[in-house]
Write a protein that binds this ligand. Structure first.
Ligand SMILES: [Zn+2]
Length: 594
């Protein structure tokens, strides 16, 4: 039995709401022909298999095979039962549920009243800032921060003077003061909650004012920022500041920029960074990432470049991973201490964005800081730190990718023979705080020139290079300029030449046609890269391709050198000096090429 499910209410909701609109609050849908497709919100995927039919008001996912109508969609997405879904949809559609009563109804009514008071308050503060003599301190603060009128208008900035002006305004209009106390606008003593503060409305993604931040205009005020306390209408961990203004730009650009402060965001919008948002008052939460994911699956983290900012970014990278949101980290160079200062100082945002790196790459790079790869003790420290970061990466392909990246950044691959396998063995087991990771055991020395490095035919680093080329054939030119096939091990060289040959003959088309004749291991490698490019591969910039190829080259030269040295020692032991001279010459040649 469904006590609240009056058929009337269901029909009314169906007639007033379009499934497509409701789905789009959670999933970005793209039109392909007459079809609507999106990334399924019910399982993790990278290519869209979630299908919505507007005509049939029906949805279906071809991967996880869930499907249903308007009501089941809301049930699934809000993790509620039918009655819960009905309530949510009734509120959206403005349909009154006949039997709805009791605390839930009261709460909903209170929420509506608080939102109305917030709307009034925002208008009031904005009016004071714009037009009243009392708004002067606010206008001066904005002038000092170089925030223009147009920007102030878009964000609905306002000014709250000292005293009980807003409370008096409410009384005069017959509004409830207890409600205003509940909304965090008036104090219990009857004074205004915000006084002598520039007021910034915090709005939800649809532009409803949920709360305010007040920034003091007084020097020497202890509490620089004051926020509305949590209310029925406001839960700070569930809101993203400026998302209402940024959402279309986020969809257009395909990513959001997450900043630390509201003022950073306001200034960013003024300078054309229209996809900037902030999680004000809290560290980034899972709810906020869930909200953001309706609009994009990539976020650029733009935090202060100090200890606290880096810590916040580290946590955000891990949390974002849990919500299938990719991260990049953007850092500003030079003297500016935050984005606000940087942009007002004429800094180029495009340059900052271009220089941004994937979150995990930044984390494995940061752990090299202050360490010298030539110091055994530093190497030991580094291994511990890198392993800690790698342990936090959930996706195994990404783990491998960033193990490679870490080795390349610290330049310990060739000289110190540290392999991804060593870094990844015995993961995941994040080291206990304070515990130090053991020094990895030395790899067994290769016993000849043709020995495959890792027991497989293809070494991991060359396998990764081939995957990159299969997805980004445009990187080929750069690779050819650096890598001499003669430097590769036999197995690697054969696979490399096969793939490069096909690409040179006719690009990806030729590769597709010839792939059937490739050895199974290479076929799988290429097909896997095509079906789901390892996340790292899509991110790999030209610079990283170069670094990767240099690393491969260094590694294989080091291996050959080691083998020659061994052969030399062997020849000397046999007193075969003719042979020793030949090998010595080869060693010299090799040294010149490094
Ligand atoms: Zn699905």
């Amino acid at each position: 039995m469904r006590p609240l499910a009056s058929d009337d209410a269901r029909d009314q909701i169906r007639s007033r709401l379009n499934l497509v609109d409701v789905v789009q609050q959670h999933v970005r849908l793209r039109k392909q022909g007459r079809e609507l497709w999106g990334i399924c919100p019910f399982h993790s995927e990278k290519t869209p298999s979630f299908h919505v039919s507007e005509q049939k008001q029906s949805w279906y996912c071809f991967s996880c095979q869930k499907g249903g109508d308007l009501f089941t969609f809301v049930q699934e997405i809000e993790k509620t039962d039918f009655v819960g879904a009905l309530r949510i949809l009734a509120e959206m559609a403005g349909v009154e549920l006949p039997e709805r009563s009791g605390p839930a109804q009261e709460r909903a009514a209170l929420r509506r009243r608080l939102l109305e008071l917030n709307r009034l308050a925002a208008q009031y503060y904005e009016y004071v800032l714009r037009s009243m003599p009392a708004g002067e301190p606010g206008r001066q603060l904005l002038a000092r921060r170089e925030v223009g009128e147009e920007t102030a208008g878009r964000f609905g900035l306002g000014y709250a003077p000292a005293g009980a002006n807003f409370a008096a305004f409410l009384r005069k209009r017959g509004h409830s003061i207890p409600d205003a106390v509940e909304a965090g606008l008036v104090r219990r003593g009857g004074e205004d909650y915000f006084q002598q503060r520039l007021v910034v409305p915090i709005r939800d993604e649809r532009g409803q004012v949920l709360a305010f931040t007040g920034r003091t205009v007084l020097d020497g005020e202890n509490r620089k920022y004051v926020n509305t306390p949590e209310t029925v209408a406001y839960s700070k961990g569930k809101v993203l500041f400026a998302l209402d203004l940024a959402r279309s730009s986020i969809e257009e650009r395909g990513h959001a920029v997450l900043m630390e402060g509201q003022f950073d965001v306001i200034v960013a919008h003024q300078f054309g960074v229209g996809n900037a948002i902030a999680s004000s008052g809290t560290a980034l939460t899972g709810d906020q990432l869930g909200l953001l994911r309706r609009f994009t699956d990539e976020v650029v983290l733009m935090f202060d470049n100090d200890r606290a900012g880096r810590g916040a970014a580290d946590r955000a990278i891990e949390l974002a991973q849990e919500h299938q949101v990719r991260t990049r980290v953007a850092r500003i160079d030079g003297d500016a201490k935050d984005p606000d200062e940087f942009l007002r100082g004429g800094g180029s945002w495009d340059a900052v964005l271009r220089a941004s790196r994937p979150g995990w790459e930044v984390r494995v790079s940061d752990v090299c800081e202050g360490l010298n790869p030539h110091e055994p003790r530093d190497r030991e420290l580094w291994v511990g730190r890198v392993r800690q970061v790698l342990a936090a990466i959930k996706d195994q392909v990404e783990q491998r990718t960033y193990a490679e990246v870490a080795i390349g950044k610290f330049e310990v691959g060739a000289q110190f023979s540290i392999t991804p396998e060593m870094l990844l063995s015995a993961l995941p087991a994040p080291p206990r705080p304070g515990a130090r990771a053991p020094v990895p055991p030395a790899p067994p020395p290769p016993d000849g020139l043709a020995t495959p490095p890792l027991g497989n035919k293809l070494s991991h680093s060359v396998g990764f290079l081939l995957a990159v080329l299969a997805v980004r054939p445009e990187a080929l030119e750069r690779v050819l300029g650096i890598l001499d096939p003669a430097d590769l091990e036999d197995g690697d060289r054969a696979a490399y030449l096969r793939l490069v040959g096909a690409l040179e003959r006719g690009g990806l088309d030729a590769l597709g046609q010839e792939l059937d004749e490739f050895p199974a291991e290479e076929q799988i490698l290429v097909r896997r890269a095509w079906a789901a490019p390892p996340p790292g591969v899509e991110e790999v910039g030209d610079r990283m391709v170069e670094e990767m190829v240099h690393t491969i080259r260094r590694e294989s030269l080091a291996r050959r050198r080691q083998a020659l040295r061994k052969a030399l020692a062997e020849a000397e032991r046999r007193q075969d000096f003719e042979e020793a001279v030949v090998i010595g010459q080869q060693l010299n040649e090799l040294r010149e090429r490094t």
